[in-house]
Design a protein around this ligand. Structure first.
Ligand code: HAM
Length: 424
């Protein structure tokens, strides 16, 4: 075999794809119930869009972008996340901007050049939701509640919400200085990357996963102690709302997240059984991003969920069985093959029935074996005989009454499936 799937990517094949459909359908249903509408943005964007939002000093921008020049030499990047593209789309569309607040979601592949391992890929899928146009703590609560609703919809129990606040333009610079002073005094204990982070973005040190940095990080000043009064009040109001919504959370003062656009609230949801990659998803408030992109002052908050991780955590709850066909139409003679296709179409047309037909010129007995192998509920035989269509109940292993015509056959099958023929 000459070709292999690229490292860090995978094919989602029949047998697994049913699990994805299941997750997508459930997600869309939750989004609909909360009033969120879908946005589909391109898979690539101008590189600058991500550099300016995710942040120059983040791992994502420094090490993980798939960047390329197009034929005119423009620098483009496969999207590593969905928030910056969504904000761009929001700013470009007067109709979407007119909605205030705008409740939007997306679902699709993202690309990061990371070291692949279980739950971490170079192409992975995210579900994301963004609420643009509210600075109120109720918006934060709605977001976390929506996240919880999706996770519950797919049957996850045992999840932990981690919650923190990173302050705003008033108190964050003060905290940054406190952190810088603290780490400067302990520079020798930091890893090479963190020494660099100390110069560019000291807050990023709190996110370092290198074990030797852990004890230094553990002693660092607590961000919650340096919040200004309005940020502290906002954080309290968010916690209050979560209590009222019966959402359990843990305050996690070391949670900074891997992207630079956050202000105030940040959160993650962790699930049992995911090992090292135990964050199902995360998000936070980004009150400055729309303005940074040249738009009006528009506070916003959102989250993304890794779909591979959510499916991993959902385990058996996500079904992998394909739906079984209702009917196989069996051509009793080669000349009846096209008639079988015509009848199959007539049976598929009204609504929900899945009808299969042989396209390989197999003998009638080979077709019957195939019908039972694919688990068809009924076999219907063509050509039609003098007594009408012969029908076999494959599940019961016995012949069913003949049906005089297509209309009767369809009505008979639908009734047995508990369906009513649509009136048309
Ligand atoms: P993020 O934390 O970078 O946030 O990614 C969110 C989730 O995507 C992670 O918790 C994880 O489940 C999944 N994920 C990230 N990288 C990978 C990977 N290499 N392989 C598999 N899954 C992965 C964001 O992307 C922000 N846009 C979230 C947000 C939305 N903030 C505000 N709005």
């Amino acid at each position: 075999m000459k070709f292999q799937v690229p490292r860090g990517t995978r094919d989602i094949l029949p047998g697994e794809v049913e699990r994805w459909h299941w997750l997508e359908e459930r997600t869309r249903d939750v989004m609909r119930r909360y009033g969120y509408r879908e946005v589909r943005t391109p898979l690539f964007e101008a590189t600058d869009l991500f550099v300016r939002s995710v942040g120059e000093s983040t791992d994502i921008v420094r090490k993980e972008l798939y960047t390329f020049a197009d034929r005119k030499g423009r620098s483009l990047t496969l999207r590593p996340e969905g928030t910056a593209p969504l904000v761009r789309a929001y700013l470009e569309s007067p109709a979407v901007r007119a909605e205030s607040p705008a409740r939007l979601y997306y679902l699709g592949p993202m690309f990061r050049y990371e070291r692949p391992q279980a739950g971490r890929y170079r192409q992975f899928w995210q579900i994301g939701a963004e609420l643009l146009g509210s600075a109120k703590p109720e918006a934060d609560a709605e977001m976390i509640d929506l996240f919880r609703a999706i996770v519950e919809e797919v049957g996850l129990e045992n999840v932990t919400v981690l919650l923190n606040s990173l302050g705003d333009a008033v108190c964050r610079p003060r905290y940054r200085e406190a952190i810088r002073a603290y780490f400067e005094g302990r520079i020798e204990d930091l890893c090479g990357d963190c020494k660099e982070r100390l110069k560019t973005n000291p807050l990023r040190i709190l996110d370092c996963k290198v074990p030797s940095c852990a004890p230094v990080i553990a002693g660092a000043p607590n961000v919650l102690d340096s919040l200004c009064a309005p940020c502290a009040e906002h954080f309290d109001a968010v916690k209050n709302a979560l209590d009222r919504l019966s959402i359990r959370y843990e305050v996690a003062p070391r949670l900074v997240r891997g992207l630079d656009y956050y202000t105030r609230t940040v959160f993650e949801i962790h699930a049992a059984g995911l090992g090292a990659q135990n964050a199902v998803g995360g998000g936070g408030r980004y009150d400055q991003l729309v303005k940074d992109f040249g738009g009006p002052d528009t506070p916003a908050i959102g989250f993304s969920i890794g779909m591979e991780r959510l499916l991993l955590a959902a385990g058996e709850a996500a079904p992998s069985e394909p739906p079984r066909p209702d009917v196989c139409v069996i051509a009793l003679a080669p000349e009846a093959a096209v008639e079988a296709q015509v009848l199959a179409n007539q049976l598929r047309t009204p609504a929900a029935m899945q009808v299969l037909v042989d396209v390989q010129g197999r003998s009638a007995s080979a077709q019957m074996k195939w019908a039972s192998k694919v688990g068809a509920r009924w076999a219907v035989f063509v050509p039609k005989g003098k007594e009408g269509y012969a029908v076999r109940d494959m599940a019961a292993g016995e012949d069913a009454p003949n049906q005089p015509g297509v209309a009767e056959l369809r009505a008979w099958l639908l009734a047995r499936r508990g369906l009513v023929e649509s009136a048309r």
